[in-house]
Design a protein around this ligand. Structure first.
Ligand code: PMP
Length: 427
């Protein structure tokens, strides 16, 4: 399969090799690299990607959830074009920032006040900073294999990647006991500033949180007087576009939420916000307010693209439809994998295809997939690319509004073909 991939993509190979001269490993975003070399995409429209070698791919990766609108949605493209005509980045307040914030508030009633950033990573940095300032404490409870951005990766239960100076307590996802064990230790008891959690672990394998786990985290945070932060950077699209927290009663919702991805209309974006009592520390009218800067925090392109995206394109109705479409596709893929080593997890339009070493009932935490079979994931990836379907190598999928029923049907049939052709090695 790899030989075939190499033979079909000589231009991508040449572009990649040229880039290795000036980028480490030819790469500036680790997640996009795969062996033998990543494809080079030259253009995209709707749900189709076109590669340098002239192949077309149906895009099921959806830019790791930031691409919910599909490529070049006409309403968003128009808003961006109109905005560029009026000048870029004024170094001043402007109307769209408040309008975008207002739209986000409607969808996330737990967010009373918010601030914008340029990425989800930065949103989480700021949310944690806010939690530390608000509590006067230092320690942060995180979950093994959780991902909150380039500076917050806890692969295999260790803080890896770029380690910012935070003191992390690493618990196990969907395991409340592991949280209590940490926060009740004498050395931690008085020192926990925040618990930060993805209500569906995204990069860590699209593992949904149990409802009882989320409810329990609220109580655990209250007990240790810590700020509960939901990282909904990926999951904000869920249900009617109000995130996974929209399924919880108000009193169980988080104190702070971080957002990003598609909410900027497909431009760089992040936001963090929540309780007024915490977010007020950023109010510049207060003499001792905390300075939160960022040249591009309110950049006019993102603000305009994000505003029309929420107002006109990813409406609550369409969000709900996409969520249901995702649930249906995942069900179908799960049925295809039944009794084999292929397992499909996720929530709504976000999902992950896993190849476990034994046939599992369910995937609850990183422990169930830590020993996954990367060879089978690679094989599926190459198989799908060969048939014109684009997903992440590790099996990550995020649907967009541009995908049609027939795209998804074709995809499911192709996965079925893969399972049939590889039945012997799939258990
Ligand atoms: N949090 C989560 C849950 C994410 O999935 C991501 C990005 N994949 C981030 C934070 C970081 O966002 P960004 O890439 O915009 O920095």
């Amino acid at each position: 399969a790899e030989q075939r991939f190499i033979a079909r993509n000589p231009k991508s190979k040449a572009i990649y090799e040229k880039a290795t001269e000036s980028l480490p490993g030819g790469n500036t975003r680790s997640v996009l690299f795969y062996e033998p070399f990543p494809l080079s995409i030259t253009s995209a429209n709707g749900a189709t990607l076109h590669s340098a070698d002239g192949h077309a791919y149906t895009d099921l990766l959806g830019e790791y959830t930031a691409g919910v609108y599909g490529h070049s949605d006409p309403v968003i493209a128009q808003a961006i074009i109109e905005t560029t005509k009026k000048g870029l980045n004024f170094g001043s307040h402007h109307e769209d920032e408040g309008r975008l914030a207002g739209l986000i508030k409607q969808r996330f009633p737990s967010i009373e006040l918010m601030r914008f950033t340029n990425s989800g990573t930065e949103a989480n940095l700021m949310a944690l900073a806010a939690a530390k300032i608000a509590t006067g404490k230092k320690k942060i409870v995180v979950f093994a294999n959780g991902y909150h951005g380039g500076t917050f990766l806890f692969a295999g239960g260790k803080s890896s990647s770029i380690n910012v100076p935070h003191e992390y307590l690493i618990a196990t996802y969907n395991d409340l006991e592991s949280v209590y064990e940490l926060i009740r230790k004498p050395e931690n008891k008085e020192n926990v500033a925040a618990i930060i959690v993805e209500p569906m672990m995204g990069s860590g394998g699209c593992i949904p949180a149990d409802r009882r786990f989320l409810e329990g985290l609220r109580k655990a945070a209250d007990e240790s007087k810590a700020v509960l932060i939901y990282d909904e950077v990926m999951t904000s699209r869920s249900h009617s576009g109000g995130g996974i927290q929209s399924q919880l009663p108000m009193e169980l919702r988080p104190d702070l939420t971080s957002l990003g991805k598609y909410i900027g209309g497909g431009m760089s974006f992040g936001a963090f916000g929540g309780k007024r009592s915490i977010m007020d520390i950023f109010d510049p009218r207060h003499p001792d307010s905390i300075k939160h800067a960022g040249t591009f925090n309110n950049n006019v392109l993102t603000m305009a693209a994000g505003r029309v995206g929420l107002e006109q394109v990813f409406t609550p109705y369409r969000a709900q439809q996409l969520h249901a479409t995702g649930d249906k596709l995942r069900q179908r893929l799960q049925d295809i994998g039944r009794g084999t080593l292929m397992k499909v997890t996720g929530v709504g339009s976000i999902m992950g295809i896993h190849f476990t070493r034994t046939v599992l009932e369910d995937i609850k935490s990183h422990k169930d997939i830590v020993d996954s079979d990367a060879t089978l994931s690679n094989l599926l990836h190459l198989f799908l690319l060969d048939r014109g379907f684009y997903i992440a190598r590790r099996g990550f999928i995020a649907l967009s509004l541009a995908l049609t029923e027939s795209d998804l049907d074709g995809f499911a049939k192709t996965v079925q073909d893969f399972v049939t052709e590889h039945r012997q090695i799939l258990g």
